[in-house]
Design a protein around this ligand. Sequence first.
Ligand code: SAH
Ligand code: SF4
Length: 375
Amino acid sequence: MTEHLGNLVGLSRAELEAALVEFGEKPFRAKQIWHWIYHRGARDFEEMTTLAKGLRTRLAERFTIARPEIAREQRSNDGTRKWLLRFDGGHEAETVFIPEEDRGALCVSSQVGCTLTCRFCHTGRQLLVRNLTAAEIVGQVMIARDSYGEWPAPKEGRMISNVVMMGMGEPLMNYDAVAKALRIVMDAEGIAISKRRITLSTSGVVPMIRRVGDELGVKLAISLHAANDRLRDEIMPINKKYPLADLMAACRDYPGADNARRITFEYVMLKDVNDSPADARELARLVRGIPAKFNLIPFNPWPGATFECSSAPVIKRFSEILNAAGYSAPIRVPRGRDILAACGQLRSATQRERLSLYKARRAAGMTDGDHAAHA
Ligand code: SAH
Ligand code: SF4
């Protein structure tokens, strides 16, 4: 094997071209190879039959087309698929595919874990956190495509039709890699998922929101979950840094948001915490003037969570109040709960195992201090 074996996945077009020129090839090779990787889904250079045999061999000595390793694939009773992926360094994250009849949304992770510790979120409890690279983010989409055999993807009727940046991690805490990956995913000569079919969800990293609209133009979702700063400070610590007034101002200014492309406000229904009719009315007042719709998410429990999900009639009433104020507010049907694939349940298996080990030790009076804050 030659030195400097480099993964071509995750390079921008310009970087791919530079890598090939440095390797001694003409720039147009980049276009060919891009097509093989992202349109045809080639997994090694031997498949690239438009290249001469000698070139394929030399490329293979120098470069790879590497996807993340699939540590486990699970299927829910409702068809939801979840991949536990293992990245370099043994770090893990999950990707979830939520199929509908003839299409579906792929829920992609941006980080291993998350630094933001929202109280109701399983991911935020994870100790180990690192940013994923652009290659690791695009790799999640490629693995899903592999699994459905969608190479090249049909123009109509694709199963992997939409991408939501709603997996593990806060995408705007890893903006550069996320932006680079999404540009690759949107590229019309490759995976070609249009910006209208991509949604980025953020807990409210206010200074980055405008760039998402200006530079990527994807749809925006905000994890709101509370209608006032007092409660939001308590359940989402990021609110202390970027309070609601700033967050709402960023939404008002979001480029490209209009009545046809509304901002989605996600709202997790927490029993006796944020689910009263007064909360619903306050929420409607809060977003007034923003092209908005809501998505009510029944709280998904996870081992050790201290919250409970609001009852069905309470959620229904909440939704009706928002409707009466002029907002669409569907209740998200939880998918993949049986394999812990639903919103907020993602967390790598090793971390789960570590937590149960910690609990067993704690029960036996054997803990060390540094895990205690997160358990
Ligand atoms: N960090 C980003 C992207 C993650 S999206 C963000 O927070 O927006 C995952 C969505 O699921 C977010 O709206 C999150 O608030 C929500 N969520 C987290 N924990 C949940 C839980 N236990 N039940 C239901 N939804 C949850
Ligand atoms: Fe991080 Fe989002 Fe979970 Fe909050 S809800 S801890 S921002 S992944």
